[in-house]
Ligand binder design. Structure first.
Ligand SMILES: Cc1ncc(COP(=O)(O)O)c(C=O)c1O
Length: 407
């Protein structure tokens, strides 16, 4: 593990050196210097340390977890428990002895687990829940399914939209105060929007709903991208759900973190079924790698790349930059909690997104150019660019230059 944090007070050149050193650790990128992977919001590339951890696990201890008495089984169980603790540390959990971590295949399954295994047992007739209607579908469908399940049992639950500001799609915290009522029992929110890159300022949701309403956070686009600290004074939420595969671990990995008493409520049965042990081993390595790299610098780098791109696009009238990112470069005085993150979605005035995707790939750029799985939005024509720590400034500059030729 050679990723090292640059000293405090570093100059941009030191940050660039730090990034170049990290990028060299991604074999798929060094093998294909002609390609630029810019679809990290869908899934991220994997550093050598993660590949090594997977090989090491499979060649020294591959067995089932939570059962068996022989050394490989014991080591697998220890590794899974170690990773649970790693997730808690990674999230800055102030109470790791009481909280719980449940492994899933990704954010979709994690949100479904909270909806199906916890929410349906928690709500009673006449309760209301607030959920996002313009975020990723994975953070809407499970709540509607829970509502239908409860309705079949004669329990009526009202699902209300978490209010958003029409221009930016940020949550509208003023309007929120008006929809919170005495029967509000649960809120689902998104930490960073997967299309607009907005940091949704979820701390203010806690202020609006009070201390007792459980909040479930879809952190698919924030875990592995920026430092996270759960608990009072940080992200004061009850559940954090994320995808390991977007945080440099293998596909088919993810987790639900549940605070304090919510842990046993979520999964009272303990071990059941065979967990994705290989994926969990990769998650342990990925979180360790990201910690060593420094999440504050990862966030600084990817946010700077998004600013760099939007600054270039601002001068190209053929492009519309969607949502909050439109104001990213123009307003550097935004307070930190309103900072925009490393995702830029754009639309060309005349070129459909599929065509734009093909043209960009002919220049070596892999971007998201079909459905973005956003609920309640017109996705036609939208192309999403999502870098990670391995993305270079040079790739972003080349992309901007190619986009400029398509006006
Ligand atoms: C905000 C958000 N939520 C949920 C998901 C679904 O994640 P997964 O594919 O790991 O289930 C994504 C993936 O794109 C996402 O960006």
């Amino acid at each position: 593990m050679s990723a090292r944090q640059p000293p405090a007070g570093r100059r941009p050149e030191e940050l660039r050196r730090w990034q170049r050193e990290l990028r060299r650790q991604f074999p798929i990128l060094t093998a294909h210097p002609e390609l630029a992977y810019l679809d990290s919001a869908a899934t991220a590339q994997k550093p050598q340390a993660v590949l090594d951890a997977v090989t090491a696990y499979l060649t020294t201890a591959n067995a089932n977890a939570g059962r068996g008495t022989y050394p490989w089984a014991n080591e697998t169980t220890r590794m899974v428990e170690r990773t649970r603790l790693r997730v808690k540390e990674f999230l800055g959990d102030p109470d790791p002895d009481r909280s719980a971590v449940h492994f899933t295949s990704g954010t979709t399954e994690g949100l479904r687990t909270v909806a199906r295994d916890w929410l349906t047992a928690f709500l009673t007739d006449g309760d209301e829940i607030l959920v996002p209607f313009t975020d990723h579908r994975a953070n809407l469908d499970p709540w509607l399914e829970a509502q239908a399940l409860l309705a079949a049992r004669g329990v009526r639950v009202r699902v209300r939209a978490l209010p958003v500001q029409p221009e930016s799609f940020d949550y509208d915290h003023r309007a929120l105060a008006a929809v919170v009522g005495p029967r509000t029992r649960f809120v689902a929110a998104t930490h960073v929007h997967h299309v607009y890159g907005a940091d949704m300022n979820v701390q203010r949701i806690r202020a609006a709903v009070g201390p007792d309403v459980p909040i479930c956070l879809d952190a698919a686009q924030s875990v592995g991208h920026l430092p996270i600290r759960v608990g009072p004074g940080g992200l004061d939420v009850d559940f954090v759900v994320f995808s390991g595969h977007k945080a440099l671990a293998l596909p088919g990995t993810g987790a639900v973190w549940a605070r304090g008493a919510r842990g046993p409520e979520l999964r009272p049965g303990g071990w059941s079924g065979t967990p994705n042990t290989v994926g969990i081993a990769s998650l342990e390595a990925a979180l360790g790698w990201l910690d060593a790299a420094g999440l504050d610098r990862v966030a600084e780098w990817t946010t700077a790349l998004a600013t760099r791109l939007t600054d270039r696009l601002r001068h190209l009238p053929a492009y519309e930059v969607l949502g909050c990112q439109a104001s990213l470069g123009a307003d550097t005085a935004l307070p930190p909690q309103q900072r925009r993150r490393g995702i830029v979605s754009l639309r060309h005035r005349d070129i459909p997104s599929d065509d734009l995707g093909f043209v960009l790939f002919s220049h070596g750029f892999m971007v998201r150019a079909d459905s973005l799985c956003q609920a309640g939005a017109d996705e036609r024509g939208v192309v999403r660019i999502s870098p990670h720590v391995y993305t270079s400034e040079e790739e972003i500059d080349r992309l901007a230059t190619v986009l400029a030729t398509l006006t």
